[in-house]
Design a protein around this ligand. Structure first.
Ligand code: IMP
Ligand code: MG
Length: 181
């Protein structure tokens, strides 16, 4: 384990087993769909998306969106900024948003509203981690992998100042070491 972590929350094996379960949920949920697009929010969703899509059997396309993080006290009007938009037109499509973690819910609420304005056939949210205590807006996800308490986590896509996304496990990061990254 990286020495700046307090504990490992989910091992590589636990994550991979969970993602297989989530892929089965995707197949069941979209069994009647011919127009599924998995939309990953960059950059945190990359390891999750890569693992998930290999386990999903339903035909689908993939696309990505980059939004600015909410850091710097987004405040009540803190809507995340789009850095890179989708390549696909999503009108009439079944959209499944893939996210690493939902905390305050601000990012996904804004993204969901933006996507709804583009008139997809359906829109759902799948997040690997759900930090329910962090919520400041009403934002229900359709499916999550693991529910976690209000602690700062890193690994498997989740970053500390852009680093540590490569770790194959997810752990509780000791924030006193944050300046080392
Ligand atoms: P929110 O739901 O709008 O607060 O934002 C969620 C985003 O904040 C996620 O996509 C992550 O990029 C980031 N985030 C929230 N909690 C953590 C954490 O514990 N570790 C690393 N990134 C986090
Ligand atoms: Mg993110």
């Amino acid at each position: 384990m990286n020495k700046h972590f307090k504990q490992i929350l989910f091992t590589r094996k636990q994550i991979e087993e969970k993602i297989l379960e989530l892929a089965n949920w995707v197949d069941e949920t979209y069994k009647d769909s011919n127009d599924l697009i998995l939309i990953g929010l960059l950059k945190g969703s990359v390891p999750f998306m890569a693992q998930l899509m290999k386990d999903v059997k339903t035909n689908h396309e993939m696309d990505f969106l980059t939004v600015s993080s909410y850091e710097g006290g987004a405040g009540s009007n803190g809507s995340p900024k789009i850095i890179m938009d989708l390549a696909n037109n999503i009108e009439g499509k079944d959209i499944l948003i893939i996210e690493d973690i939902v905390d305050t819910g601000r990012t996904l609420l804004a993204i969901k509203n933006l996507f709804l304005s583009r008139k997809p056939n359906s829109i759902r949210i799948l997040t690997l981690l759900d930090k329910k205590e962090g919520r400041v807006v009403k934002m229900e996800v359709d499916k999550y992998g693991f529910s976690i308490p209000n602690v700062f986590v890193a690994g498997f896509g989740l970053d500390v100042n852009g680093k540590l996304r490569n770790l194959p496990y997810i752990g509780e990061f000791d924030t006193k070491y944050i300046d080392e990254y």
